[in-house]
Design a protein around this ligand. Structure first.
Ligand code: PMP
Length: 296
């Protein structure tokens, strides 16, 4: 599903066959989840392949590594160039790109001396944006920011996301909604949350969530569209009284939320601010020319 006998991956400066590439079973990343990664999307545009906010993603990868003491001796530009070359060599245009920084063999709990970087990509076709999600509030909370570096995209953090996702799906829902350890709205297992009330957009403030690149883009688009956005700490009751809501993230882009624990939002998705932002986002990522002032 992710690769075949022809697929190339980027590994430590070289393009190698995915089938033949190997790693060490004594890697600290495999045993302890001590590694960092990214999720990036490439779009086919009229002007060629565009990797959306690619610099921001590699900047976040670098920051994720550095704040958890994983050495990161790569130039962001070198990784950006490698990404474009990887897509070209694999004949991919619309694709999901997954860089992973993983550690050398090491069974101790000390920081690593050496790491590797791999970048792989697989086809990710046009996304059918009409689906809306049925959420349930998870019994799992996001990890406390004094337990981990919540702003880093660390492999091990995703056990929390997997547990929440499994629980939600086992209960018959599409997705989980996680609160922080104080009971405030946080985020989805792999997406950030926005909701609309009386024409104003609200989103959980940074501090207990992953600072999503899509979230930042939605904030920029909302400003362009003249939509007021407030960031703060909100209890689930505030969401329960909202008019509409959506998740956003690199993979799902902007996706409407139909209900939380079987209570539907009253506003028709097509009339919501989320729908407007969904369209604006979709155009932005697929447009070869237009970039926002703060985009690179
Ligand atoms: N929160 C979590 C926990 C995530 O895994 C993701 C996906 N990276 C997001 C939010 C959305 O981030 P982004 O918009 O950068 O993809």
């Amino acid at each position: 599903m992710y690769y075949n006998h022809k697929t190339l991956i980027y590994l430590d400066g070289k393009f190698v066959n995915a089938n033949e590439a190997s790693t060490d079973l004594y890697s600290q990343t495999l045993h302890y989840g001590y590694g960092v990664f990214e999720g990036i999307r490439a779009y086919a545009t009229e002007g060629g392949t565009k990797v959306f906010k690619v610099k921001e993603h590699y900047d976040r990868l670098k920051n994720s590594a550095e704040i958890i003491n994983i050495p990161f001796d790569y130039e962001v530009q070198e990784l950006v160039d490698a990404t474009y070359e990887l897509l070209e060599r694999n004949n991919l245009t619309g694709a999901y790109v997954r860089p992973l920084v993983f550690c050398d063999p090491n069974m101790t709990l000390a920081r690593p001396n050496n790491v590797s970087i791999m970048i792989c990509a697989w086809e990710w076709g046009a996304y059918l944006g009409d689906k809306q999600l049925r959420l349930t509030v998870s019994s799992f909370c996001r990890p406390h920011p004094r337990s981990i570096k919540i702003e880093a995209k660390v492999c091990g953090h995703y056990v929390n996301s997997i547990l929440a996702t499994n629980e939600a799906k086992d209960k018959g829902f599409d997705e989980a909604l996680l609160l922080d350890s104080d009971g405030y709205l946080a985020e989805g297992p792999g997406a950030n949350l926005f909701f609309e009330k009386d024409g104003v957009l609200y989103t959980p403030q940074l501090g207990n969530i992953l600072p999503g690149i899509t979230r930042a883009t939605v904030l920029e688009l909302a400003e362009e569209l003249g939509v007021e956005v407030k960031q703060g700490l909100y209890k689930p009751e505030v969401l329960a009284s909202a008019d509409s809501a959506f998740y956003c993230g690199t993979a799902a882009e902007v996706i409407g939320i139909e209900s939380v624990d079987n209570t539907n939002f009253p506003k028709n998705w097509n009339d919501s601010l989320g729908k407007k932002l969904q369209e604006a986002y979709s155009q932005l990522v697929r447009n070869s020319e237009k970039t926002l002032s703060t985009a690179h």
